[in-house]
Design a protein around this ligand. Structure first.
Ligand SMILES: O=C(O)/C=C/C(=O)CC(=O)CC(=O)O
Ligand SMILES: [Ca+2]
Ligand SMILES: [Mg+2]
Length: 432
């Protein structure tokens, strides 16, 4: 199944591991990462699965053809236009494939290193490929699991005394989003139209959103199904998570404010959700696991976790105003602040007996930290439009304008390397 090489087996996360490919220490894609994506190229337009390594994409369909990653000869898993068939094979196979890819890319393994014809077929410069949505999104649920974000939004919408609703500290609150409008980084985001009823208006009108926002989130990619009626333990939930992407939950705040009582956000979120193209595996993030904030009151037994389920994952957001060349940082935060973990979100999601599917996407909820510069949305940064963001050239922003571009980046800093997510970018285009 996999060729074995005579060398000391080093764990695929070892900081000492080196590839024969020259990789900048600041690269998001060292041999310790190996995120999966789906790509095509001008000379071969069929999308298939690849792995990012340095400035290259490793074409797994080519390696599979060479018999280097054969999982089930009857079915070519990596020649598919999504990660779903590979994810469906489960965590034991994920781990074996990761080890095989890591081994092939090592600087002390001649198999690919010295095979120049194979290298030229299997390795493509990343700037010469097109990146596609990496998996078929079966379902999309967005959560609301940052205590700082929920408190900020609650104070703005419901007042200081009612900021956190009574249920918030007892369960990860979530709502079902639209899988059909999850798009890959670089897809332009059309300003939504909707019903608007500002406080000053007696009746609603219909027109373009005037308070368009972003939400900095992480997306959890579910790689294994659960059965109808089945609850999940912490261990089961953890094993179902294939990996993570960056996620921008674009939000129409004026549409949201009028529609969200009594059932929560709907059209204000349904128009677009952007994700980064590389799925970073849970295994690559293993060295960066940390405990989350103390949970008080203690969660009910079905939601309790004994392992550290948060990640020390730095995040930043930059805004390029329409017509400007300046790309300015407007937020810097960290995924470690999240009150409810991704594992707890998944345990809660299945707790009613809801069946989960391969390709389900769970939005973490907006990631805000305790400091003002750590806020994960313009709603918070501009404090509901009352504190405009000062940008270069005297440009100010409270909410996004047509032609504005927003870029989110995320990474885990290791010892001499970083496990990065690349970026998720979107540019706003006018409603009409
Ligand atoms: O009603 C509120 O308090 C706000 C709800 C949301 O913004 C929904 C959402 O996307 C939550 C999040 O991303 O944290
Ligand atoms: Ca959200
Ligand atoms: Mg959304």
């Amino acid at each position: 199944m996999f060729e074995t090489q005579e060398y000391t087996v080093t764990h695929s996360n070892a900081p000492s591991l080196r590839s024969f490919i020259q990789i900048d220490p600041a690269s998001d894609f060292p041999i310790q990462n190996l995120p999966y994506g789906v790509f095509s190229a001008a000379d071969s337009p069929k999308p298939r699965v690849g792995v990012a390594i340095g400035d290259f994409v490793l074409d797994l369909a080519v390696l599979e053809d060479e018999g280097l990653l054969d999982l089930s000869p009857a079915y070519e898993v990596f020649a598919q236009p999504s990660l779903n068939p590979f994810m469906a094979l489960g965590p034991v196979v994920w781990s074996k494939v990761r080890a095989a890819i890591s081994a092939l890319l090592r600087d002390d393994n001649p198999r690919l290193r010295d095979d120049k014809p194979l290298r030229s077929r299997a390795l493509r410069p990343r700037n010469e490929v097109t990146l596609h949505l990496p998996f078929h999104v079966a379902g999309y649920t967005d959560f609301y699991s940052s205590k700082e974000h929920a408190t900020n939004v609650g104070v703005m919408f419901r007042g200081k005394d009612n900021a956190l609703q009574p249920n918030w500290l007892h369960m990860p609150i979530g709502y079902n989003g639209r899988a059909s409008t999850v798009v890959v980084s670089g897809t332009r985001v059309r300003r939504p139209r909707g019903q608007l009823k500002p406080p000053s208006a007696d009746v609603p009108s219909f027109g373009p959103c005037k308070r368009l926002d972003f939400e900095l989130e992480m997306g959890v990619v579910i790689g294994q199904p659960s059965s109808l009626g089945e609850m999940l333990t912490e261990t089961q939930a953890e094993a179902m998570i294939f990996g993570f992407v960056l996620l921008n939950d674009w939000s129409a705040r004026d549409i949201q404010q009028w529609e969200y009582v009594p059932l929560g956000p709907f059209q204000s979120k349904a128009f677009a959700t952007s994700i980064s193209p590389w799925v970073v595996t849970r295994e690559a993030l293993e060295p960066f696991r940390v405990a989350g904030p103390a949970q008080d009151p203690t969660p009910l037994p079905y939601l309790q976790q004994v392992s550290a389920q948060n990640y020390d994952l730095a995040l930043d957001v930059a805004l390029q105003a329409a017509g400007s060349n300046a790309v300015q940082n407007i937020s810097q935060t960290n995924f470690k602040y999240m009150y409810w973990s991704s594992v707890q979100q998944l345990m809660h999601h299945a707790s009613s007996g809801c069946a989960m599917s391969v390709g389900d996407l769970l939005g973490s909820g907006t990631i805000s930290g305790p400091e003002k510069h750590q806020r994960g949305s313009l709603l918070e940064i501009s404090w509901n439009g009352t504190e405009p963001v000062e940008l270069a050239g005297g440009v100010k922003r409270t909410f996004l304008e047509d032609g504005d571009s927003l870029v989110m980046r995320g990474w885990c800093q290791g010892n001499g390397y970083r496990v990065g997510f690349g970026e998720v970018e979107g540019t706003i285009v006018a409603a009409d």
